[in-house]
Design a binder for this molecule. Sequence first.
Ligand SMILES: NC(=O)c1ccc[n+]([C@@H]2O[C@H](COP(=O)([O-])OP(=O)(O)OC[C@H]3O[C@@H](n4cnc5c(N)ncnc54)[C@H](O)[C@@H]3O)[C@@H](O)[C@H]2O)c1
Length: 256
Amino acid sequence: MRLKNKTAIITGASSGIGRAIAVRFMEEGANVVAVDISTAVVEGGAPVIEVLSAIGPNAIFIQGDVARSEDVSHVFAEAQARFGRLDIVVNNAAIHAPKPLAETEETEWDRVMDVNLKGAFLCSRAAVRIMLQQEIVAETRGRIVNISSQHGMVSAPGDFAYGVSKAGLVYMTKQIAADYAAANIICNAVAPGKILTGKSGRAILPEMLEYSHKRTPMPRLGRPTDVASAALFLASDEASYITGHNLLVDGGWMAA
Ligand SMILES: NC(=O)c1ccc[n+]([C@@H]2O[C@H](COP(=O)([O-])OP(=O)(O)OC[C@H]3O[C@@H](n4cnc5c(N)ncnc54)[C@H](O)[C@@H]3O)[C@@H](O)[C@H]2O)c1
């Protein structure tokens, strides 16, 4: 129960990695506020709130778009009203516009930046504003965990706006960490490599999977639970004296 009595907001929690993080945090005793623009489960299965409620009573689901400041304000107000103290925010929601630069429409660029970067900005700002008012517990007023990517550190093939947005998120992690370390607010990131979620389409095209296998020294691709374990560590008191870090969970992709 590494997150007992802690409250965590997790964005993009209906499916994939965000869902795995929400489940893992719930299993570790957290109060979980699952946020998503959709209740649909990409990989299939019950809506996330049903899965979380089967683990414990302290879960709520709020439908909202992280790119809309009204929605973000609503999420943080609801979380505080229900659980009081806010300990952890995981900025996981993200989208792709899988095209190279020359083919990327302005509207596609704008939406990727709105969700992947502005969403993290709005949620981190709301979190820090609340955390600054909170007492220090276990040496921190609160923690932010951003889900970045190996893409953005190296080029994302055919996924220009996404890669740029993820590079921005790594920078945002460092700046928040540096600016608020003195206030005992901790900010880190987890950078997944290729994680097999329930996504269809481009994510599982044979050539994309072959590329990912070629790039990954370990013999398998990643699982959402691999990322959830790393997010759990960075969200827990065990990650003491670590801030501004971007923890690769990539099977060695970036080492090769
Ligand atoms: N799967 C991978 O291989 C991989 C690799 C590197 C990084 N990542 C990162 O991990 C995170 C999760 O990826 P995933 O593969 O689980 O994706 P996914 O598409 O399976 O899930 C993303 C979730 O975010 C939600 N979402 C999308 N836009 C939203 C919005 N505006 N507001 C609120 N929720 C929104 C979706 O509804 C969905 O439930 C993302 O940040 C992604 O960039 C994934």
